[in-house]
Write a protein that binds this ligand. Structure first.
Ligand SMILES: Nc1ncnc2c1ncn2[C@@H]1O[C@H](COP(=O)(O)OP(=O)(O)OP(=O)(O)O)[C@@H](O)[C@H]1O
Ligand SMILES: [Mg+2]
Length: 534
């Protein structure tokens, strides 16, 4: 490893990275309006701000991915603004992106070496490298000879960080590294970061979770509308409310759903699934009432995500049946979906069939969800509601336009207008498009996998209010989220999955963060063994 020099005890912490008056303009739009920042060596520096505030743009400039329109960047006493990624990496600054850049076919160790080769001139002492790699990987609890493709999400993230360090990285930038990680995985990533920090490594860390910033950061800079809205070099003195206030420029009003008891929900008119079998899934019976919000909880591999996917035929279940409620029933007036017939039907064979049965699904992967970057936000917004907007094969252009504008406004998408290409949106605003799109189809059953990933603290609460309002009109919702706080605040009931089946159902005051955590962890040992595999 190439640990950065440690500070002598008592000396004032050295500024390793400094930015001054950074401006970035895209076309006519100023994404950054003169931002300054000082990062101390061996610290974890948080970057916080609303969707589109400029966080990714800022780290893009610092890492050499993008060129500043104006402004200066200093590494130690060297001015480096305008250098490209390779030069910045040679200077020790690495942006570790969310999509792990790992060659699955190679061993873990070869992946580490891969990063090193271009960085060295001439002679490579492979044996020394191998010794060094082995030592680093052992420290991280990763087997050097394991195939990289078999690593879990956290291990891949760790490996990316190690590769940066192995190539001489001193400042590691992480843009929302914890998105969709389970609580346990996130804690493991944080432990790893703390260990490296103790060895003098510096981190710049972007997150939308206040508690993560409070837990792991030493200092924080908050961006709002491309400008610095606040900063602190003593995060210990802040709390979550204060952080939200810095981000939003106002207090955050947390949403709490008035939880509905099973007794208070209509008995008739909901979706019901029976004997659903798919790889990793064996669910005998699952029913959801009109207007009900059910959370699916469970570890990766527990079947929660797989079951949610096969409700949408994505991929289809091997067997099973669905009872689709009558769309014209009183419980669903206001809903636009018109299933072919109500009553028992085979499980949907593909998303189109599911969609016709009134089931909509948001996957946890924007790219798989089919966000088309080069198409406009408007086109992306109406894509899945085309069925609903067309009658007898005619697309009602006016209605399409109205829908797109309504969703654009309702989701508070930050862009010049609906004609902007989706590519030009910040990560969180892309997520708003995907979410807005499925909501716009007015489904009878909405299945949401990590709906608020990457969405800022303010918008998250708006999204929950919108979903809550739609359930009042009879829409049923299934939600999967690794954010347990969110789960507790928005659901009526939680189904805990293990080994492909629903093993526990929580309602009322039993739905607490502690119970959710325990339910998911306690069963991990037996996961995959308890239930009969289909
Ligand atoms: N390639 C681009 N072309 C045009 N505008 C862009 C481009 N990339 C980013 N922008 C704009 O710059 C602004 C800042 O975007 P940025 O991605 O830095 O936000 P962010 O703070 O990372 O947000 P998020 O939390 O959603 O990831 C946004 O208004 C965005 O639309
Ligand atoms: Mg971003």
């Amino acid at each position: 490893m190439t640990p950065a020099a440690r500070q002598p005890a008592g000396a004032p912490a050295e500024v390793v990275l400094r930015a001054e008056g950074l401006v970035k303009t895209y076309g006519g739009v100023q994404a950054l309006k003169g931002v300054s920042l000082s990062v101390r060596r061996g610290s974890i520096h948080g970057l916080l701000g609303e969707n589109g505030a400029g966080k990714s743009t800022l780290v893009g400039l610092i890492s050499g991915m993008r060129t500043p329109t104006s402004g200066q960047i200093w590494l130690g006493d060297r001015q480096v603004a305008g250098q490209d990624v390779k030069s910045m990496e040679r200077s020790g600054v690495f942006l570790v992106t969310q999509e792990p850049m790992i060659v699955d076919q190679l061993s873990v160790e070869d992946n580490l070496l891969l990063g090193r080769w271009p960085a060295r001139r001439g002679f490579i002492d492979r044996r020394a490298l191998r010794r060094e790699a082995t030592r680093m990987l052992e420290g991280a609890g990763i087997a050097p000879d394991a195939p990289a493709g078999g690593l879990g999400a956290v291990e891949k993230r760790k490996l990316n960080i190690l590769r940066a360090l192995f190539s001489g990285g001193e400042v590691i930038i992480l843009d929302e590294p914890t998105t969709s990680l389970t609580v346990a995985d996130r804690n493991r990533l944080f432990d790893f970061m703390r260990e490296l920090k103790a060895r003098g490594v510096t981190f710049v860390f972007i997150s939308h979770y206040n508690e993560e910033i409070l837990e792991i950061c030493d200092a924080v800079s908050v961006l709002r509308d491309g400008a610095l809205a606040g900063e602190s070099s003593d995060v210990g003195r802040l709390d979550s409310d204060r952080l939200s206030e810095m981000v939003l420029g106002r207090d955050l009003a947390l949403f709490h759903r008035v939880r509905r008891s099973p007794q208070s929900l209509p008995r008739e008119g909901g979706f019901q699934f029976r004997d659903v079998r798919a790889p990793g899934v064996a669910v005998a019976d699952f029913a959801i009432a009109p207007g009900e919000i059910v959370g699916f909880a469970g570890l990766p591999g527990s079947g929660a995500k797989d079951f949610a996917r096969c409700l949408f035929g994505f991929p289809p279940a091997r067997s099973g049946s669905v009872f689709v409620p009558d769309a014209s029933g009183p419980a669903r007036s206001g809903s636009v979906f018109v299933p072919g017939a109500s009553g028992a039907a085979p499980m949907p064979r593909d998303p189109r069939e599911a969609f016709r049965a009134g089931i909509a699904y948001l996957s946890d992967d924007r790219r798989r969800d089919g966000l088309v970057g080069i198409r406009s936000i408007r086109d992306n917004l109406v894509m899945s509601s085309l069925d609903a907007l067309s009658s007898l094969g005619w697309i009602d252009m006016r209605r399409e336009e109205e829908t797109a504008h309504a969703v654009f406004r309702r989701m508070g998408i930050k862009a010049p207008g609906p004609q902007t290409p989706a590519d030009a949106l910040s990560g969180g605003n892309q997520q708003k498009v995907c979410l807005g799109r499925v909501i716009a189809t007015s489904p009878g059953l909405l299945v949401l996998d990590e709906p608020t990933r990457g969405i800022d603290v303010g918008v998250k609460e708006d999204v929950h209010r919108q979903i809550d309002a739609l359930t009042a009109q009879g829409m049923s919702v299934i939600i999967i989220t690794t954010d347990l706080d969110e789960m507790v605040r928005v659901v009526d009931r939680v189904c805990v999955f293990s080994g492909g089946s629903i093993v526990e159902s929580l309602t009322g005051s039993d739905i607490t963060k502690e119970r959710l955590r325990a339910a998911a962890f306690d069963r991990s040992a037996g996961a995959g063994k308890g239930a009969s595999q289909p």
